[in-house]
Design a protein around this ligand. Structure first.
Ligand code: PRP
Ligand code: URA
Length: 194
């Protein structure tokens, strides 16, 4: 007999029949507000900041963080979109992904503090692709990463600087982020996929 520790608790550790809400609209709003404040603190203000959202949900999230920064500092931080489709390392396995437009704000990224924004951080492969995509746009002074949810299970040495919520999860789960507008009310759901 062994004294093995029980597996780490997961917020959705039993197979939920229809998914389980792990963040509600208020949780999402508070997480985005905190991320905006953290970005400002770390950058000592909004100077030279550029937010680049990774499609699809990273783009509206970047705009929402920028709205919060404007409310605090009265500065309109440039926001753009960074498509990573052609930089993915699984392109051969999943060639049918539709690219989204990359939109670089006027002023570009050279010498700026670029904050990449995405909804979920999991293996880290999307962020790896984003760093390659960014490299083709210019040379930022600093690149940081903000995510609404970090669910662990990294496959690459990548970490986020600003995390809305750390959600322990099992690999047989999928974390689904819903954003007000296209997806209904804001929320984060854990869905059992095995
Ligand atoms: O860390 P990773 O393992 O790369 O996973 C995280 C990525 O997975 C999801 O994107 P997905 O490719 O599902 O596309 P979507 O944004 O259109 O949902 C999510 O939006 C992140 O971009
Ligand atoms: O659970 C996951 C894993 C990757 N991407 C997501 O959006 N959710």
């Amino acid at each position: 007999m062994t004294d093995a520790a029980p597996p780490a608790a997961s917020p959705f550790s039993a197979p939920p029949p229809d998914g389980r809400e792990v963040l509600d609209p208020g949780d999402v709003a508070r997480a985005l507000t905190r991320i905006a404040h953290e970005i400002l603190e770390r950058n000592k203000g909004a100077g030279d900041l550029v937010l680049l959202g990774i499609p699809s949900r990273g783009v509206p999230l970047a705009h929402r963080i920028a709205d919060r920064i404007r409310a605090v500092e009265d500065v309109a931080v440039p926001v753009g979109a960074l498509d990573v489709t052609m930089y993915r390392d699984d392109l051969r396995r999943h060639p049918a992904r539709a690219p989204h437009p990359t939109e670089v704000p006027p002023g570009g990224v050279d010498g700026r503090t670029v904050v990449l924004v995405d909804d979920v951080l999991y293996s880290g492969r999307t962020v790896r692709a984003a760093l390659d995509a960014l490299n083709d746009l210019g040379r930022p002074a600093v690149v940081r990463l903000a995510v609404l949810v970090d669910r662990g299970h990294r496959e690459l040495p990548i970490r986020a600087d600003h995390v809305g919520k750390n959600l322990p999860s099992a690999t047989v789960e999928r974390v689904m982020v819903r954003l007000a507008g296209p997806d209904g009310p804001d929320g984060v759901e854990g869905v059992w996929i095995a």
